[in-house]
Design a protein around this ligand. Structure first.
Ligand SMILES: Nc1ncnc2c1ncn2[C@@H]1O[C@H](COP(=O)(O)OP(=O)(O)O)[C@@H](O)[C@H]1O
Ligand SMILES: [Mg+2]
Length: 355
């Protein structure tokens, strides 16, 4: 498995992988700095607000927080907000970067009291590190193993209280003992178009761009429910407006620009359409296994599963079944294709249950 890279979020490798350092700098500049600035996710925001307020009132370190949700929904942003709200420093690392328990021990033992440790992609941490983390989270202690073989000894090391913020695209992949050690789990949902419009207007203001209500709605509607994508599309539309128009972004300009970038009216991008297209054209609408589908589109399994599928499932275009991935009738319609005759699933058998 090609799972050992420590590169950027999976989603940042996508679609406009041509995007440069400027984009990442802009992304950082657009991050909301406190809970009030954070758009949407009402439930998570309210719950988190309580957790943080209570901890502050007690003068204590906040409980460990797990954030789960698709890429680009604001997990990293929230972790920084948690630190800011607690007036605490933050250390940022990720599961793939911690391959040995020793890597984790080094980080943990250098934490300051009250510090926030952000562990991105926590489901990709190595097993031994994970086990060390259990004890660190619960007892604020680690056992550092010194030496090898029969002579090895465990030296207990006290840690200052800290707040672990774990982020994962796959809460279901976390071993229960790890999940249970978080005092609070925030499930991030895809954003509603109205919320994304607010994100677009806010970002436009920060970037000093002129955009009208319809222009923002057009971008929001094509952003796959994801603020990171809304911001990214806004920047691409900005480029287009700069070159081809007088700079003000309205609906026509937004639509024309997004056509250039192959983002369709429903927000599907090239990867989404490649996945659907393969499912329909090569596999007759499925069911087909995830790995086979990933190979067909030349992507990693995890990219298809964590980046493309959650959105396609939410849009009712694709279903995950025990037998594999299946396209819905809406998928055929969206790509303008005609489904094969029902009950004749491509292999000449008639319906088992004789409908
Ligand atoms: N609730 C939000 N309100 C405004 N902007 C947001 C929100 N959530 C995310 N963003 C923007 O989207 C970008 C990606 O968010 P990030 O926290 O990096 O996502 P994740 O870590 O879940 O992949 C950030 O640059 C931020 O500007
Ligand atoms: Mg992130």
């Amino acid at each position: 498995m090609n799972w050992d890279d420590t590169g950027p979020d999976i989603d940042q490798r996508l679609v406009d992988s041509g995007s440069d350092g400027e984009d990442q700098a802009v992304e950082a500049a657009l991050r909301p700095k406190d809970l009030d600035e954070f758009v949407g996710q009402e439930k998570v925001r309210e719950q988190l607000d309580l957790v943080l307020r209570a901890a502050r009132a007690r003068g204590a370190t906040a409980d460990h927080v797990l954030l789960s949700g698709a890429p680009g929904l604001g997990k990293t942003t929230l972790s920084m907000i948690i630190a800011a709200e607690m007036n605490a420093p933050i250390r940022i690392t990720s599961g793939p970067a911690i391959q040995h328990a020793g890597d984790l021990a080094a980080i943990l033992s250098s934490l300051q009291e009250g510090e926030v440790l952000f562990l991105d992609e926590i489901h990709r941490m190595s097993r031994p590190a994970e086990e060390m983390l259990y004890m660190a989270m619960e007892d604020f202690r680690v056992d550092v193993i010194v030496g090898k073989g029969p002579g090895a000894t465990a030296i207990p090391l006290e840690l200052p209280p800290f707040t672990l913020v774990g982020a994962t695209t796959r809460a279901g992949l976390l071993p229960p003992p790890l999940r249970d050690r978080f005092g609070f789990t925030g499930h991030m949902e895809f954003y509603e178009p109205a919320e994304l419009e607010r994100v677009v207007h806010r970002s436009a203001r920060l970037l000093d761009l002129e955009i009208d209500v319809d222009g923002a709605a057009e971008i929001a509607g094509r952003s796959r429910g994801t603020p990171r994508i809304a911001n990214r599309l806004l920047r691409r539309v900005r480029d287009y407006a700069q070159v081809k128009a007088d700079g003000v972004i309205d609906r026509d300009i937004a639509a024309a620009a997004l056509k250039v970038y192959e983002v369709d009216a429903r927000g599907l991008d090239r990867l989404d359409r490649a996945v659907l297209g393969a499912l329909l054209k090569l596999f007759g609408g499925g069911p087909v296994g995830l790995s086979t589908l990933a190979v067909a589109v030349g992507e990693e399994r995890e990219t298809v599963e964590e980046v493309a599928e959650p959105f396609l499932v939410r849009e009712g275009l694709l279903a995950r079944t025990p037998r594999g991935r299946v396209a819905t009738p809406a998928a055929w319609a969206h790509l303008g294709l005609v489904p094969p005759r029902q009950g004749n699933g491509g292999n000449g058998q008639t319906g088992l249950f004789g409908t």
